[in-house]
Design a binder for this molecule. Structure first.
Ligand SMILES: C[S@@+](CC[C@H](N)C(=O)[O-])C[C@H]1O[C@@H](n2cnc3c(N)ncnc32)[C@H](O)[C@@H]1O
Length: 358
C-alpha cells in the first residue's frame, strides 16, 4: 500500500454521503453565486482533511474538496473564492497543509487555529461588507451558539450548512449540566418542552424548536436526516440555511441525487424503495398537496416554489411536474411570455408564469 505523508480518519458511510452531497452542492454554489460575486468559504470545523475507507482507499475532507472544486472550476471559468479553515487543534490544520502540498493544490487557505465561535465572531467584528459566504459548521458535538448563526446570516447571500448532532443533543437534553449549552444552541429555552416527550414526538419537537428559531433570521431552512448506516435510527441532521429559494431547491436536488430521490439518508437500507415511495408517488402527493393548498388561488410558479420548497419534502422538479400534469384538469397556466424566441407556443413552466387553480 502507498505510504502517504498525512494522517487519515476512518471513513464512515454517513460521512461519505455527507461529502458527496456537499461536493455536488458547493460546485453549483461556486458556479452560480460566484458568477457575479467574490465568495468566501469558511470551514468552521476543518477536521484533518483525509479519510481511509475499509479497503484502504483515501478520501478527502471538506476543506480539500472545496479547494479542488475551485481549482477545477477556475481552470475554465473566472471565479474568486477565499477559503478559511478553522480548527481548535493545530495538528489538524498541519495535516490539511500537508494534504494540500501532497496534492499540489495551489490555493492557499487561511488556516485559523482557534475555537470556531471566537474565530468567526472576530472575523465578523473586523471585516465589514463580507462577500457572500458559505459557512460549514460540522462539529463532533453541539457547542454552537444560535446568536453566532444569526450573525453569519446577516452577511448578504450567506449560507450555513450545520451538522446538528441530534443523537448527542437528545441524549443529554435532560441533564441540568448542559442547560446553558442548550439555551445557547437553541437561542431560547423552547427545547425544554421536548424533555417530557419520547420517541418520534421528542425528535420532531427538538427539530422544530431549532428550525422555528432559525426561521426568524434565515428565509429558507431545510433539514436532512442521516440515519445510522446499520440501523433505522436518526444519527444527525444537516440543517441548510439559505436566503434564496434556489439555494434550498438545489441542495434538495443534490441530496436526492445520491439518495434514490429521497431527502434523507437511510444507510444500508437506502436502495429499498417502499410501495409508497419513488418519483411517481411523490408527484401524485405533490398534486394532491398543491390542489388543497391553492384551491381558488392564483400564484406565479416562483411564488409556489418559494412557499413550498422548505415546508414540504417535494423537490422543485416534482412540484413542476405536478403542476404541468394538472394543466387543463383544474389548473390553467398563463405563460408570460406566451411564445418561445422562435415564435412557437411555450409548453414548459417558467418562474413568471401564472398558475391558476380553480
Ligand atoms: C467532524 S470534524 C470536521 C470534519 C470536516 N468538516 C470534514 O468534512 O472532513 C470536527 C472538527 O472540529 C474540530 N473542533 C471541535 N471543536 C471545535 C471548536 N470549538 N472550534 C473549532 N474546531 C473544533 C475538531 O478538532 C475536528 O477536527
Amino acid at each position: 500500500m502507498e505510504k502517504i505523508p498525512f494522517e487519515t480518519w476512518e471513513y464512515k458511510d454517513q460521512t461519505k454521503m455527507k461529502h458527496q452531497v456537499f461536493n455536488d452542492y458547493i460546485d453549483k454554489w461556486i458556479k452560480i453565486v460566484g458568477k457575479y460575486h467574490k465568495l468566501n468559504y469558511i470551514d468552521g470545523f476543518g477536521g484533518i482533511g483525509a479519510y481511509k475507507d475499509k479497503n484502504g482507499k483515501i478520501f478527502f475532507g471538506s476543506p480539500v474538496l472545496v479547494a479542488e472544486a475551485i481549482e477545477k472550476i477556475t481552470s475554465k471559468l473566472r471565479r474568486n473564492v477565499q477559503i478559511v479553515v478553522i480548527d481548535e487543534k493545530k495538528e489538524n490544520l498541519d495535516n490539511i497543509e500537508k494534504i494540500f502540498q501532497h496534492k499540489n493544490i495551489s490555493i492557499k487557505p487561511l488556516l485559523i487555529n482557534e475555537d470556531f465561535d471566537k474565530a468567526i465572531n472576530d472575523i465578523l467584528d473586523n471585516v465589514s461588507n463580507l462577500a457572500p459566504t458559505f459557512v460549514f459548521v460540522d462539529p463532533f458535538g453541539f457547542k454552537i451558539r444560535m446568536e453566532t448563526l444569526e450573525r453569519i446570516m446577516k452577511i448578504n447571500q450567506s449560507e450555513i450548512l450545520l451538522n446538528f448532532m441530534f443523537t448527542r443533543v437528545n441524549q443529554f437534553l435532560s441533564s441540568s449540566k448542559i442547560e446553558k449549552t442548550c439555551n445557547e444552541l437553541f437561542g431560547c429555552d423552547d427545547w425544554k418542552k421536548c424533555t417530557a416527550l419520547n420517541g418520534h414526538e421528542r425528535e420532531a419537537c427538538i427539530l422544530e424548536a431549532l428550525r422555528d428559531r432559525i426561521k426568524k433570521f434565515s428565509k429558507y431552512v431545510y433539514y436532512y436526516k442521516f440515519e445510522f448506516a446499520d440501523k433505522k435510527k436518526s444519527f444527525y441532521y444537516l440543517f441548510h440555511l439559505a436566503d434564496h429559494y434556489l439555494g434550498c431547491s438545489i441542495m434538495k436536488s443534490s441530496f436526492a441525487k445520491f439518495n434514490f430521490g429521497r431527502v434523507e439518508y437511510r444507510g444500508g437500507r437506502s436502495a429499498q424503495l417502499g410501495i409508497f415511495e419513488g418519483e411517481e408517488n411523490a408527484i401524485c402527493d405533490a398534486t394532491k398537496h398543491l390542489k388543497k393548498a391553492y384551491s381558488g388561488q392564483q400564484k406565479t410558479y416562483q411564488q409556489i416554489v418559494e412557499e413550498q420548497i422548505d415546508n414540504t419534502s417535494f423537490l422543485e422538479k416534482e412540484l413542476k411536474t405536478a403542476i404541468k400534469g394538472m394543466e387543463g384538469k383544474g389548473v390553467t397556466i398563463s405563460r408570460i411570455p406566451q411564445k418561445t424566441k422562435t415564435g412557437k407556443n411555450r409548453t414548459g413552466i417558467q418562474n413568471n408564469d401564472i398558475i391558476i387553480f380553480s
